[in-house]
Design a protein around this ligand. Structure first.
Ligand SMILES: NC(=O)C1=CN([C@@H]2O[C@H](COP(=O)(O)OP(=O)(O)OC[C@H]3O[C@@H](n4cnc5c(N)ncnc54)[C@H](OP(=O)(O)O)[C@@H]3O)[C@@H](O)[C@H]2O)C=CC1
Ligand SMILES: O=C(O)[C@@H]1CCC=N1
Length: 271
């Protein structure tokens, strides 16, 4: 499916690099099928040296020579980028935007009529092929183009098609989610250290506890609360720990975090 496709990335920051690394390690794409343009020449040189991908002199040349163009710049930079490429898309490449908040309507308005556009919300675990991505399909996207877009993101983890109306909530949950989980991981490691465990031991135990718990939820397909009950002995240790988490409102805090990030995604789309 990817043979002879030329993929262009505009923006090669954290998320752009995660996708490039994941795609090169898990899809049949070869480094010389991927080109990049980033305003930072230091960044471009780093990506060229690390992944042997091609560099483009500017966004317009990259747009003109790409079959699939991935827009991986900050939402605040998107209108400038659209302005710079709109005159170079007469060959109708598939345009994929991963920017938080930027709607298909805004992207379409900045690009020539009829441009096929897919809006995607990936996440950084794509770097290690464990990404979670959702894709919302624009009006002019053919079934074959949608298959290519899905195959791209399936190469670096799970990828599902959703209605565009869910994209801001997805951004608050799985787009930003790795940061919430990393904060929890960091805190648990520190908690182990607080109790006197060597840091490396606390790290290994924390990571295996998270991995094991995720596998348990996936493999048993049981409700998380049912699995939690199996750990929570009457009068035992776990219920004491859970009591503190409930007292401190951890459950509500996580809900509010996802809500706040979702609202910020909507806000970015309006600015
Ligand atoms: N990071 C994440 O976990 C996720 C990010 N996203 C989305 O991905 C997009 C990129 O995010 P992220 O990779 O974190 O951001 P970064 O800032 O790490 O990367 C963006 C890159 O684009 C460069 N850039 C800025 N302006 C231009 C321009 N006009 N043309 C070409 N390159 C430009 C930046 O250079 P410089 O730094 O010099 O400005 C930077 O290297 C965002 O829209 C974000 O919403 C989506 C899902 C997850
Ligand atoms: O923080 C952000 O805006 C981006 C979007 C999702 C994850 N990071």
């Amino acid at each position: 499916m990817f043979e002879s496709l030329h993929i262009g990335f505009i923006g090669g920051g954290n998320m752009g690099e995660a996708l490039i690394k994941g795609l090169l390690s898990a899809s049949p794409l070869l480094p010389d099928q991927i080109s990049i343009y980033d305003v930072s020449t230091t960044r471009m040189k780093y990506l060229e040296a690390t992944y042997k991908i091609r560099l483009s002199a500017n966004a317009a040349d990259l747009a003109a020579s790409s079959d699939v163009l991935i827009l991986a710049v900050k939402p605040q930079t998107m209108s400038e980028v659209l302005g710079g490429i709109q005159a170079h898309l007469s060959h109708r490449p598939l345009v994929i935007s991963i920017a938080a908040g930027i709607s298909l309507a805004v992207l379409s308005a900045g690009l020539p009529e009829g441009t096929p556009i897919v809006r995607v919300m990936p996440n950084t675990p794509a770097l290690v092929l464990q990404g979670a991505s959702t894709l919302a399909r624009g009006t002019h996207v053919t079934d074959q183009q949608m298959e290519v877009a899905l195959a791209f993101f399936q190469a670096v983890g799970k990828a599902i098609e959703v209605q565009e109306q869910w994209m801001d909530a997805v951004t608050g949950l799985s787009g930003s989610g790795p940061a919430y989980v990393l904060l929890i991981i960091e805190s648990l490691i520190d908690a182990g250290v607080l109790m006197g465990l060597p840091r490396q031991t606390a790290r290994e135990l924390t990571l295996q506890t998270l991995l094991g718990t995720v596998s348990m939820v996936q493999e048993t397909a049981k409700h998380p609360a049912a699995l939690k009950d199996l750990i929570t002995s009457p009068g035992g240790t776990t219920i004491r720990g859970l009591q503190v988490l409930e007292d401190r409102g951890v459950r509500g805090a996580l809900m509010e975090a996802v809500e706040a990030a979702t609202l910020r995604s909507r806000e970015l789309g309006r600015s």
